[in-house]
Design a protein around this ligand. Structure first.
Ligand code: UTP
Length: 291
């Protein structure tokens, strides 16, 4: 079955980016001139996704507004002459990138709990999950790479990259065996492993494709690391029971959930930006001489 639905959990509290995220959703933090979540939506759409459910909570209304029309702004741009027409088209297009749906996670009980809020939206179909604070930029959209693995094997798929030994204790670690190219079979995983529990340096980074089987498993999954219902714990049950596929995806991933990740994203994307790229490069070169 084709994967056309995606879920973007964006209901976290963003405590690592305070005070910026006190009233502003971290998923709306801009990378140069686009909010993080727009990059994620664009990746999903380029991967063939047509229907997107964004999991929000109190105070995340800005996300809904961003993917809606903005009549006053549009009228202003309309009367602003030919140079504003391109901006107008871009602004209008945001609302039509996909069919958008929103549901509130009423309590912030973890990523697994957030994904469970998608149960009725998903129905009986496979679906992609794109974590709302993980932006991945690349020619071949990461979500699409995972969908290809799902189409080949019909199993749940996780997007992975190798990370350092130090970083893996903050993420997850997977037991994997190579299949072909960047595809691996995954039969076990652990969230935030202590150094003696590390299975490999492959860690799940922000993307998966799941079948609706995950909901029944999530219903039986108790709180894990940090007292939250962890999606990784539910996927571990799935990996041990049926096996999953791990895809070592291509693309550069930016963790918009921490301050350094946000700054790396800003600098690298600004350097490639058609409007400011050249000026920014010149500025950085000058600045680097003073460091
Ligand atoms: P994180 O664990 O990185 O988000 O979840 P967080 O809880 O906002 O982080 P900190 O530690 O407080 O800074 C990854 C993704 O899952 C969403 C987040 O919005 C983020 O996009 N999430 C997390 C939910 O939707 N609900 C939750 O209960 C937890």
């Amino acid at each position: 079955m084709k994967v056309t639905k995606a879920v973007i959990p964006a209901a976290g509290l963003g405590t690592r980016v305070l005070p910026a995220t006190k009233s502003m959703p971290k998923e709306m933090l801009p990378i140069v001139d686009k909010p993080a979540i727009q990059y994620i939506v664009e990746e999903a759409v380029r991967s063939g996704i047509t229907d997107i459910l964004i999991i929000t909570n109190r105070g995340k209304g800005l996300i809904e507004d961003h993917f809606d029309r903005a009549p006053e702004l549009e009228a202003k741009l309309q009367s602003g002459g030919p140079d504003k027409q391109k901006t107008l088209e871009e602004i209008v297009e945001i609302a039509h990138k996909a069919n958008f749906y929103f549901v509130r996670q009423k309590e912030t009980c973890g990523l697994g709990h957030a994904v469970h809020c998608a149960k009725s939206f998903v129905g009986n179909e496979p679906f992609a999950v794109l974590y709302g604070d993980d932006v991945i930029i690349g020619k071949d959209p990461a979500c699409g790479q995972l969908i290809r693995a799902y189409e080949e094997y019909g199993l749940g798929v996780v997007g992975v990259n190798k990370v350092t030994e130090e970083a893996i204790t903050k993420y997850s670690s997977l037991k994997v065996e190579p299949l072909h190219d960047s595809f691996f079979k995954c039969t076990d995983m652990i969230e935030k492993p202590s150094p003696d529990k590390i299975m490999s340096l492959y860690s799940i980074l922000g993307r998966c494709v799941l079948t609706p089987d995950i909901f029944e498993i999530l219903e039986k999954t108790g709180p894990g690391a940090g007292g939250e219902i962890q999606l990784t714990d539910a996927m571990r049950t799935l990996a041990r029971r049926d096996g999953m596929i791990a895809v070592d995806f291509t693309g550069t991933r930016y963790d918009m959930g921490n301050k350094l990740g946000i700054m790396k994203a800003q600098v690298e994307v600004a350097l490639q930006h058609p409007e400011i790229g050249d000026d920014f490069r010149a500025y950085l070169k000058g600045l680097s001489k003073t460091l």
